[in-house]
Write a protein that binds this ligand. Structure first.
Ligand code: F6P
Ligand code: MN
Length: 334
């Protein structure tokens, strides 16, 4: 395979298909650069004094880790001066971050979960950054939260960077899903997989089984059938995996298939679900669909949901197409 850097991929994609205008390329490259800095911080761990909590709670009511705060700052600082953004929203901030007046403004809105799976940081398990890019509505110069409230189908790009044994950037600009691996010596993300395809069938599921008593009937039916294995209605054995970092669970599914579920259940129904629509569900749904998979709430395609709030939570079922369709069928039959 010839060595293709992220920059070269973005330039050639624009040349061949007109998918990535210069400002969007700059945006993706800046996010990727910020992810390299986050990767360095994550990698240093205790040596960098970055483990543990800061003692504050974010808008989601979750204890903030030092690395949550640091990753958020790295992404903000990297992105505010380039002239490519109109505003930034983050899982770690109550309100959108405006672009300071001393810098020019661009036409995009950037939304991110700076460090997903951060409960895993202190135990040295993979974490990641998830991001989504929207267009700022025409004529809006001072974006308010409502301007971010666009369904996932309006995303122009989405990606995640996973900080695992390798640092890997997964990206879609609506023309398939591609994978880059960070070459630390070169300091560049290099293309390592073009047009990812998720197998349509799978024998692996991911769900936090400690919530089983709270699940709705269709989820319980699906998982029970998986657990019944060869002699059950599915006629095959299933394997179960749960990393508890959405990036890591989704990355496994992208690599070898599977289904990931964080459905709304009796425990989190009042909040609408566990995962965030804008920062987690939509970007992951875009990436998964572009790789031939599917993503639903159980009742509706995730990317068709009209967001009602920046920090809205939602039910998430995504991965191998036939399995996701099966769960959606169980919801319809319920
Ligand atoms: O961001 C939320 C998150 O950390 C996801 O990365 C992960 O999938 C999920 O929460 C883990 O939830 P639980 O703690 O219930 O296993
Ligand atoms: Mn998260």
């Amino acid at each position: 395979m010839k060595a293709i850097s992220l920059s070269r991929y973005l330039i050639e994609e624009q040349r061949a298909k007109g998918k990535i205008p210069a400002d969007l390329r700059l945006l993706v490259e800046v996010v990727a650069r910020a992810c390299k800095s986050i990767s360095v911080a994550v990698n240093k761990g205790a040596l960098g004094g970055v483990l543990g909590n800061v003692g504050t709670v974010n808008v989601q009511g979750e204890a903030q880790k030092k690395l949550d705060v640091l990753s958020n700052e790295i992404l903000l600082e990297a992105n505010e001066w380039g002239g490519h953004l109109a505003a930034i929203a983050s899982e770690e901030m109550d309100d959108p971050h405006p672009i300071p007046h001393r810098y020019p403004k661009g036409e995009y809105l950037l939304v991110f979960d700076p460090l997903d799976g951060s409960s895993n940081i202190d135990v040295n398990v993979a974490v990641g950054t998830i991001f989504s890019v929207l267009r700022c509505p025409d004529g809006v110069t001072e974006p308010e939260p409502e301007h971010f409230l666009q369904p996932g189908t309006r995303q122009v790009a989405a990606g995640y960077c996973i900080y695992g044994p390798s640092t890997i950037l997964v990206l879609t600009v609506g023309d398939g899903t591609v994978v880059f691996t960070l070459d630390r010596e070169l300091g560049s993300f290099m293309l390592t997989q073009d047009s990812v395809r998720i197998p349509e069938d799978t024998q692996e599921f991911a769900i936090n089984a400690s919530n089983a008593r709270h699940w709705d009937a269709p989820v319980k039916r699906y998982v029970d059938e998986c657990l019944a294995g060869k002699t059950g209605p599915r006629g095959k054995d299933f394997n179960m995996r749960w990393v508890a970092s959405m990036v890591a669970d989704v990355h496994r599914i992208l690599t070898r298939g599977g289904i990931f579920m964080y459905p709304v259940d009796a425990k989190c129904r009042d909040k609408g679900g566990r995962l965030r629509l804008m920062y987690e569900a939509n970007p992951m749904a875009f990436i998964i669909e572009q790789a031939g998979g599917a993503a639903t709430t159980g009742h509706q395609r995730i990317m068709d949901v009209q967001p009602l709030g920046l920090h809205q939570r939602i039910s998430v079922i995504l991965g191998s197409k036939h399995e996701v369709e099966r769960v959606a069928l169980y919801f319809r039959e319920n």
